[in-house]
Design a protein around this ligand. Structure first.
Ligand code: CU
Length: 443
C-alpha cells in the first residue's frame, strides 16, 4: 500500500472536542492507495471496538484513523488501470488506486466521517447504499447535496446505526460512472458479541462492455455486456477462497450490474443470512445451493465448510462464466465441417471453421488481439476448466492457519475418490418408445 499525503499544512490534529462539528480542511486524513489487484490480508482494527475483519476478493479494506470518537476515512475518486486477469487491463474510474474501491469496515454505533476527494474530470457524489442515515448525507447529487466538483473534497458524517453489508457508488452521472467501475462495499460489524464467523469474504459484481483490443468500457451499453466481473476481475484472475475444514464461512455479495446473478456453490448447502436491508431472522432462512442476487442488492451466504476439496463458486448463467472473445459465434453443431470450410474459404481464405462437434476448447489456442481474454480458459489439475467471468474456487482444506488466505494449490484427492473411466461401455439401455418397448405395449 502506498501512502499519499493529502494534508494541507501540519498533520497535527485538533482535539476531539474541536472537530466534533464541521471539520477544517487541515484535518483531512491521508488517502492510502492500493497498487495491487490481489487479496490483502484482513485488516484488524488498530483502534476502536474489536471485530473479525473481512477479506475482499482481489481487494482490500480502507485503513481509518480515530479522531476523538470519530472514525475517519478518505476516499479519492480517480481514473485507475485495473487488471481483469493476466493479459487484459481496463482503463476505469475507481477509488484510491483501484476499481472497485476499498471495502469500508466499521462497527455498529460508530460515528463515521468519510472525506471524498474528486480527481475525476467531472463532478461526482457518493451514495451509501443501504445505510440508514440523515437525508443530507445520502449522496444523491442535486437532490440531497451539491455535486462534488473536480478538485474538491466533501465530508460525509453519520452514525452507522445498523450492522450489515452495504455498498457505495456515485449518484451523479450514474450511467457513466458505474459503467466505469465506481463502486465498493461497506461492512458494518455487530457491536453486541455474536458468534463470529471464521472466514468472512466480500465482493461486488460489475459488468463491462470492452471490445477485444480496447481498454475503455462502452459506457452507453445497457444490456450486451461481455466482461462479467467479481470485483472487476474475471476467471482465472479471481482470487480463490481458501477456508479451513470445519470453518464457519460467510460470503457477502453485492450486485451493481444491470442483471441478476444466480450464485451457485458446489459441495455445500448455505443459508442466506442477510441482505442490504439487514439480517434475516433464523426462522426465515432455508437451505440452498444457488441463490439469486438481484440488481442493486446484497446477499450474505453462511455455511459450514465441512466437505474438503476444490469447490466451484460461480454465476449459474453460463454466458456469465465467459470472457470477451466469441460471444457472437453461431451454433454449428452437426454441420459438415468440410462443406462449410469450403464455403467459408471462398469468402475468407484465412477463415477457421470450428464448433461443428461442440465448442470444447481444450488446449486450442486462437490468435487474439492484444488486451482481451479467450472466451473460456483456465487449467485445473485434470485439464482445461473452460470458464471465464464470474467463476472461482472455494478451497476447503485441513489445518489452514487463521488469517492465512494464500491459495493452497490443487486439492490432493484421496486415492480412489475421483470419477474414472471404465474399460468397456455397458449394453445400451432400452428407451421408452424403442421397437422393443412398443412390441411389449402392443400385446
Ligand atoms: Cu451472472
Amino acid at each position: 500500500m502506498l501512502s499519499r499525503r493529502t494534508l494541507l499544512g501540519s498533520a497535527a490534529l485538533a482535539g476531539a472536542s474541536a472537530v466534533s462539528g464541521r471539520v477544517q480542511a487541515a484535518a483531512i486524513p491521508d488517502a492510502p492507495v492500493m497498487d495491487k489487484a490481489v487479496m490483502q490480508p484482513p485488516l484488524h482494527p488498530s483502534a476502536g471496538p474489536d471485530y473479525q475483519p473481512v477479506v475482499t476478493l482481489n481487494g482490500w479494506s480502507l485503513p481509518f484513523r480515530m479522531n476523538g470518537d470519530w472514525k475517519e476515512f478518505h476516499l479519492v475518486a480517480e481514473p485507475v488501470t485495473r487488471e481483469f486477469a493476466p493479459g487484459m487491463s481496463a482503463h476505469l474510474w475507481g477509488y484510491n488506486g483501484q476499481s472497485p474501491g476499498p471495502t469500508i469496515e466499521a462497527v455498529e454505533g460508530d460515528k463515521i466521517r468519510i472525506f471524498v476527494t474528486n480527481k475525476l474530470p467531472e463532478y461526482t457524489t457518493v451514495h451509501w447504499h443501504g445505510v440508514i442515515l440523515p437525508c443530507g448525507m445520502d449522496g444523491v447529487g442535486g437532490l440531497t447535496q451539491p455535486h462534488i466538483q473536480p478538485g474538491k473534497t466533501f465530508v460525509y458524517e453519520f452514525e452507522m446505526k445498523h450492522a450489515g453489508t452495504f455498498m457505495y457508488h456515485p449518484h451523479a452521472d450514474e450511467m457513466v460512472q458505474m459503467a466505469m467501475g465506481m463502486m465498493g462495499m461497506i461492512v458494518v460489524h455487530p457491536r453486541a458479541p455474536v458468534p463470529p464467523v471464521d472466514r468472512d469474504f466480500v465482493f461486488v459484481m460489475a459488468t463491462y462492455r470492452i471490445e477485444p483490443g480496447s481498454y475503455l468500457p462502452k459506457v452507453t451499453e445497457m444490456t450486451d455486456f461481455n466482461m462479467w466481473t467479481w470485483n472487476s476481475r474475471v476467471f482465472p484472475g479471481i482470487d480463490t477462497l481458501p477456508v479451513r475444514l470445519g470453518d464457519k464461512v460467510r460470503i457477502r455479495i453485492g450486485n451493481l450490474t444491470m442483471t441478476n446473478h444466480p450464485i451457485h456453490l458446489h459441495g455445500h448447502k448455505f443459508k442466506v443470512t442477510g441482505t442490504d436491508g439487514g439480517w434475516i431472522p433464523e426462522v426465515a432462512q432455508f437451505p440452498e445451493t444457488t441463490t439469486d442476487v438481484p440488481v442493486g442488492t446484497v446477499r450474505v451466504l453462511d455455511f459450514i465448510a465441512d466437505n474438503p476439496g476444490d469447490w466451484a463458486l460461480h454465476c449459474h448463467k453460463s454466458h456469465h462464466t465467459m470472457n470477451a472473445m466469441g460471444h457472437d459465434m453461431r451454433n454449428l453443431i452437426g454441420v459438415s465441417r468440410k462443406e462449410l470450410a469450403r464455403a467459408v474459404g471462398k469468402l475468407s481464405p484465412d477463415g477457421m471453421v470450428m464448433g461443428n462437434t461442440g465448442m470444447a476448447m481444450g488446449t486450442m489456442e486462437m490468435p487474439a488481439p492484444d488486451n482481451t481474454l479467450p472466451m473460456m480458459t483456465g487449467n485445473g489439475q485434470f485439464g482445461p476448466i473452460e470458464m471465464g467471468g464470474m467463476f472461482t474456487v472455494v478451497k476447503v482444506r485441513e489445518g489452514l492457519a487463521r488469517d492465512d488466505y494464500r491459495d493452497p494449490g490443487p486439492y490432493q484427492f484421496p486415492a480412489g475418490s475421483v470419477a474414472y473411466e471404465v474399460a468397456s461401455a455397458p449394453e445400451p439401455p432400452q428407451r421408452t418408445g424403442s421397437a422393443a418397448t412398443q412390441t411389449r405395449t402392443q400385446r
